[in-house]
Design a protein around this ligand. Structure first.
Ligand code: WT7
Length: 654
């Protein structure tokens, strides 16, 4: 795509300044904001070095700030040593051992409050249990769990002993799980018998068993949390109950002091090929941006109860549930289940009961809950909430206004946070006491984040509202380190342009006359379904793996709640399925994709034809397919098409 194609039609001029009361109590006031930006501008490395000294407890202090000798690989605080779990837990024990670190609520209503001391003891016991099963520094451990306090305990325990964890979202299928196990070369899998979601049991252990059934797995031990208590298979020798491995373990576990750049975790995310990539994050750089964004953007203060609704299977659940808020000494809420169980008031009920002060969720969740009407939020007392946040996709102004009025009662700033799995933490987002917001804009880059919008030549676009490539000009501490096992893909994906000088985010964006950033969409074949990133190629590979499918092309169309929906154009072996046979085939393929990837990847529409529209040189005309998927009139010249007739079939007209 060339930057000339990036056009914007949306113009939104409403400006929402924070209330005087909010500003008066905010951590970062307008003057602090200006000072932080000035420090970062005057001395970029010095700025981050200061932040790292102030916010992290170092076992051994660093002397090098940024090592860019191997660009585009950047290493921060290279000779420093630390432990992340120490920084999230032990650091607070002297001052607030009894403070609640985690409030857990199960879908069925069971709750548990865990103090920092208790969290320390639980993490140490589990870490010792892992060590007893042979886990050591650098080993990869897969976490495939329901959204429970134990998922965070497992992540913290890995960090404590220097094991590299990779959380796989519980909604991913057995096959997806296996791909990630294999790619990471993981030796341990931590899972549960199941989880409660949407009134049903998510059969996690069953999926784990299925994924390990295929020969050649590197997994030696499987740890199983008893969550649902329903019957599952336990394989003698390989599988161990969580409660058994912690039995008799000490509640002390000396943290493994690791180098600043020691890999903290891998998190698989979709790109423009069929294979997800293992985004590798460092320990210190990642932790630093996690802490400062929790303090700056979420204004986390001692009395706050922070609820970020993201699952730990996504980066948001790492930075704003499992690590950042704890490192900032806060109290986090973890809710296991679906937002609509028993009804669409569940989120608001939790906010009232737990007195949530900061609430962070995705636009898709806001749109879904908005559809149920105001009566649900209006039934509950939401006066404890003081700050709202969104992430994952652009939020449409209508949903923004609903969030602002019905949830925030026109009192709470909304932080629309732009970032990615790769950036580890918020990059462009309002600091709520200092930056006025506009519905649909993620506003301004944070201090020390040199974001820009550039043209095809890598030059800054200064003209207001002209679209271009979103880039980050300088390396920042929480930037991904590489793609696990495929360093070339790291270089090719993130530094392909402009002499490798800028981090290329993969999004298009524009800046308005006030310099506010507006994210316009992806520039690659990545779609955003309910805030979850998915490569169209991944869905295509899954489809063609079905015995009857010869060829498939996948595009997206806008969707009212999910943001985008998947449309698949499929060519089958033999006769093109029509009528009842087509309907059956649609069901079969949807289920198939669900098995191959996970439920989120199931196409919303599947259309069959005798062939895909291709140019004479054999390229699939994706733009045409997008027009068809959206039911738009076809204005482009299709007379040069190799196979003009298929267009009518794909439109469903024949
Ligand atoms: C992609 C990253 C970062 C956690 C959740 C998603 C889109 C993210 C916003 C936002 C507009 C956004 C971008 C980005 N995105 N936040 N506030 N406004 N778009 O993480 O799965 O790594 O996806 O999500 O397209 O590149 P992810």
């Amino acid at each position: 795509m060339s930057s000339n194609d990036i056009n914007s039609t949306l113009v939104e001029n409403r400006l929402f300044p924070p209330s005087e009361e909010f500003v008066a109590n905010a951590r970062i006031k307008p003057a602090d904001f200006t000072a932080l930006h000035k420090q970062a501008e005057d001395d970029y490395e010095g700025f981050w070095a200061n932040q790292a000294k102030q916010n992290i407890d170092w076992h051994k202090p660093f002397t090098t700030v940024l090592d860019d000798s191997n660009a585009p690989h950047y290493q921060w605080f290279t000779d420093g040593e630390l432990n992340l779990s120490y920084n999230c837990i032990d650091k607070h024990l002297a001052t607030q051992a009894d403070k609640t670190a985690i409030i857990f609520e199960g879908e069925k209503g069971d709750t548990r409050h865990i103090s920092y001391q208790q969290l320390h003891d639980d993490v140490c016991q589990f870490a010792n249990g892992m060590k007893a099963r042979g886990i050591k520094k650098g080993d990869r451990v897969i976490i495939y769990m329901p959204m429970t306090a134990e998922a965070v305990i497992a992540m913290q325990a890995c960090a404590r002993i220097g094991a590299i964890h990779s959380v796989v979202f519980g909604g991913f299928s057995a096959d997806s799980l296996r791909d990630r196990i294999d790619d990471a070369g993981a030796v341990m899998l931590i899972t549960a018998d199941g989880g409660h979601r949407g009134g049903k049991i998510v059969e996690l252990k069953e999926a784990a068993d299925k994924s390990l059934a295929k020969a050649g797995s590197t997994i030696e031990n499987v740890i199983v949390l008893k969550r649902t208590g329903h019957d599952i298979n336990m394989q003698q020798g390989r599988d161990h109950w969580w409660h058994d491995i912690i039995e008799d373990q000490s509640t002390e576990c000396e943290p493994e002091w690791v180098n600043a750049t020691h890999p903290l975790f891998l998190l698989y995310t979709s790109g423009s090929t069929g294979k997800p990539k293992g985004i590798q994050h460092s320990t210190a750089g990642y932790l630093l941006n996690a802490i400062v964004t929790n303090l700056w953007v979420f204004d986390l203060q001692d009395k706050d109860i922070f609820w970020c609704t993201a699952d730990v299977g996504w980066i948001t659940g790492h930075t704003y549930v499992a690590f950042g808020p704890l490192a900032a000494g806060s109290t986090v809420v973890i809710y296991e289940g679906a937002p609509v169980v028993p009804d669409a008031g569940r989120f608001w009920k939790i906010c009232e009961e737990l007195k949530v002060t900061i609430f962070y969720t995705a636009p898709t969740a806001i749109r879904a809950l908005m559809k149920f009407g105001d009566e649900f939020p209006n039934k509950y007392d939401l006066s404890s909430i003081r700050l709202l946040g969104t992430v994952g996709e652009p939020i449409n102004p209508e949903a923004w206004m609903w969030y602002h009025k019905v949830i925030g009662k026109e009192r709470c700033p909304i932080v629309d946070t732009w970032w990615q799995t790769e950036t580890g933490a918020n990059m462009i987002a309002p600091i709520p006491g200092a930056v006025s917001t506009k519905p649909g804009s993620c506003t301004l880059p944070l201090p020390g984040i040199i974001a820009d919008v550039v043209n095809e030549q890598g030059e800054s676009i200064t003209e207001a509202n002209k679209g271009g490539y979103l880039v980050i000009r300088k390396p920042f501490p929480s930037m991904l380190q590489t793609v696990w096992g495929d360093d070339q893909r790291y270089v090719d994906t993130y530094f392909p342009k402009f002499d490798g000088k800028y981090y290329l985010a993969g999004d298009s964006a524009r800046r308005d006359a006030d310099g506010y950033f507006w994210i316009m969409g992806r520039i690659d074949d990545v779609v955003n379904i309910s805030g979850h990133r998915l490569g169209t190629m991944e869905v295509e590979s899954a489809l063609v793996a079905h015995e009857r499918v010869v060829e498939a092309a996948v595009v997206s169309r806008p969707h009212e709640v999910k943001g985008e929906a998947i449309v698949a154009f499929v060519i089958c072996q033999g006769e093109r399925p029509v009528g009842e046979e087509a309907e059956k085939m649609v069901q079969e393929l949807r289920a198939w994709v669900g098995e191959q990837i996970g439920a989120i990847a199931k196409p919303d529409d599947i259309r069959f034809a005798d062939g895909l529209p291709k140019t004479r040189s054999g390229k699939i005309m994706r733009r045409l397919l997008r027009n068809i998927a959206r039911g738009e009139e076809i204005t482009q010249d299709i007379s040069t098409l190799e196979n003009e007739g298929v267009v009518k079939q794909l439109q469903g007209k024949e």
